[in-house]
Design a protein around this ligand. Structure first.
Ligand code: OXD
Ligand code: MN
Length: 593
């Protein structure tokens, strides 16, 4: 418990509003967690899975109307609309507080109010931040216990300070018409109502660690980014760290836990996972950029995860894991999802809890799938076989390279390096990807998603670009090198050309070699692209011509791309930094040359 008056008076305010029948402080003990799990099983919120095959694992199903983040109902409630910027939905804070309080009023009647003190980042680390989430959902509590560092120690570190983030979640009737995910950056406050889907209600994640933290980062001179962090160890035992931003469901978790191809593993190459989704980065005492993963677990997309695509994620989710919206195999009380393995259950319940058998499955019709395309596993980071020794290191890891990427069937080459930090910021600001199932809405449409932060930037994105440019000035020649990758180029039949997964290591090796000044490249209008022979294809059944093709920069295609970037930039008006306009003009000139 805490004596912090700012915490206690906020708890009192929310308690008076929602009128719970009891209040439970989460203390972080295993004993309390076990009591909560038992309670959740009793109410039916959780289903206990086969203790032998999946020890400590549970299955949860959300309402079918509540399966993904809802960007059209996500608001940045800054006092001035301009401060939310053109890419966010905005509402006046006072109007929104009133609306949310009206919705939440009395909604905990007959329910328990759980109070979760949590730290984003190792407790007490100078890079960590503290939050308190109030929720009426045991599912949220149990997920937060995996995804963040929870417990009484957090109160000790907080002391009397008012520097903490308020997170209030009310499940209400899970009514999509009254669903709101609201950030009040100027008040360090988050309020979510009428949802129970992780990305909307695990308030430490997107709401705090990205939307609120990005705002704090700009004010305080650091960065909160939608990035994985991995360490690449070479045979000499040196580890170089890479932070990489990809839009949701583009394989961040897979890249973060990559297993090198055999011939590289045999030589001694290894990948160590620091984070799979979020990076907080600060300039360290030596002038380099240092990153921590503020989370303590993985909230990964289940479908497509298998022993080949991500063995380490599968291992991470073998114990003490919560599965959400996957299928239940009734024969052995385990879970299944499309792409897990060929043992399609004959006797199962689909993600909605309806009877399901393999004969119902039609590949082209996702409504027949057993698991929801955005079904998830919430797994403790400590379970990951390749978790970095530095995962818990409060000081963070030094970043050598920043990598942007997205799904682009055409246009963007497999990999290229920016010509400078500012040019890299330009590349990030123009990032585009074909949409996936992680957010509600059409799938497969190209959308610009600057730095993969479009749904997560807590302030005006024009100011965010300027913040990136300013960070580059501070870092000077110690700044990480910036790259762009695209694993998703397709051939004329729509098949992926690059094998991806573990073979992405071949590209990471080029990236690190470039950082060390040890690899060649060709200068193109968009940046430095490897020569085909610079990417090691040992043991890979790939033709040099095919590789050459996906490394090609087609000037005509890129002229169209430049025109689209110009269009994309228009929405930022005066907030678009002059430097980015100059970068776009330089690209156009290069393409005309
Ligand atoms: C996620 C997302 O869940 O980006 O990480 O949607
Ligand atoms: Mn994400």
């Amino acid at each position: 418990m805490t004596k912090n008056q700012t915490v206690l008076s906020w708890i009192e305010e929310i308690k008076n509003l929602v009128n719970p029948s009891e209040v439970v402080f989460i203390d972080g003990s295993e004993e309390q967690a076990e009591w909560l799990r038992a309670k959740a099983v009793k109410t039916g919120e959780m289903h206990k899975l086969n203790e032998e095959k999946l020890p400590g694992c549970y299955l949860h199903r959300t309402k079918p109307n509540d399966v993904a983040r809802v960007e059209d109902r996500t608001f940045i409630c800054a006092r001035k609309e301009e401060d939310a910027g053109p890419t966010n939905h905005w509402c006046d804070p006072q109007d929104m507080y009133k609306k949310l309080y009206d919705i939440a009023r009395g909604s905990y009647a007959g329910r328990t109010m759980y109070i979760i003190p949590f730290s984003m980042g190792p407790i007490g680390s100078p890079l960590a931040k503290i939050g308190v989430e109030i929720t009426d959902s045991i599912y949220v509590v149990l997920n937060m216990l995996i995804m963040t560092r929870v417990g009484d120690k957090v109160w000790d570190v907080l002391g009397d300070s008012n520097d903490w983030v308020r997170g209030f979640h009310a499940s209400c009737d899970v009514d999509p018409e009254k669903r709101y995910i609201c950030q009040f950056p100027e008040d360090n406050t988050i309020i979510t109502v009428n949802s129970a889907y992780g990305g909307n209600v695990l308030l430490g994640k997107k709401c705090f660690a990205l939307r609120i933290a990005s705002y704090q980062g700009r004010k305080e001179g650091w960065m909160a980014e939608h990035m994985l962090i991995l360490g690449l160890e070479n045979p000499k035992g040196d580890i170089h760290y890479i932070a990489a931003a990809f839009p949701s469901a583009c394989g961040k978790t897979n890249l973060a836990m990559l297993i090198p191809p055999k011939y590289l593993a045999d030589k001694g190459y290894k990948i160590w996972t620091v984070g799979d989704d979020i990076a907080w980065m600060r300039v360290g005492a030596d002038g380099r950029l240092y990153a921590i993963n503020p989370e303590n677990g993985f909230f990964g997309v289940a479908p497509g995860t298998n022993a080949k695509s991500n063995f380490n994620a599968l291992k991470s989710a073998e114990k003490n894991t919560i599965f959400t919206n996957v299928a239940l195999n009734l024969d052995d009380n385990t879970v299944w999802w499309e792409g897990l393995n060929k043992d399609i259950p004959v006797n199962a319940l689909n993600w909605k809890g309806e009877p399901w058998t393999a004969s119902m499955f039609v590949k082209s019709d996702k409504t027949t799938y057993a698991a929801h395309p955005n079904s998830r596993f919430t797994a403790p980071a400590v379970n990951c076989p390749c978790i970095s020794e530095d995962f818990d290191k409060g000081a963070g890891v030094p970043i050598s390279a920043i990598v942007f990427g997205g799904r682009r069937a055409k246009c963007t080459p497999l990999v290229y390096q920016s010509k400078s930090w500012d040019n890299g910021v330009f590349i990030g600001s123009a990032m585009a990807s074909e949409t996936t199932a992680a957010a509600a809405g059409a799938v497969g449409v190209v959308r610009r998603d600057p730095m993969a932060m479009l749904p997560f930037c807590g302030y005006n994105m024009g100011d965010y670009f300027q913040h990136w440019l300013d960070m580059g000035k501070r870092l000077g020649d110690k700044a990480p090198k910036i790259f762009n990758v695209n694993w998703f180029r397709t051939d004329d039949e729509g098949n992926f050309v690059w094998p991806g997964f573990g073979d992405n290591m071949r590209v990471l090796n080029w990236i690190i070699a470039r950082c060390e000044g040890k690899a060649d490249a060709v200068e193109t209008p968009i940046g430095y692209v490897p020569r085909p022979e610079d990417i090691d294809l040992t043991d890979l059944d790939m033709d040099m011509d095919v590789l050459k093709d996906i490394l090609t920069v087609d000037k005509e295609v890129w002229k169209k791309e430049a025109a689209e970037i110009e269009e994309h930039y228009k929405k930022f008006g005066d907030k678009l930094p002059a430097e980015l306009r100059n970068q776009l003009e330089a690209l156009k000139t290069n393409l005309d040359a």
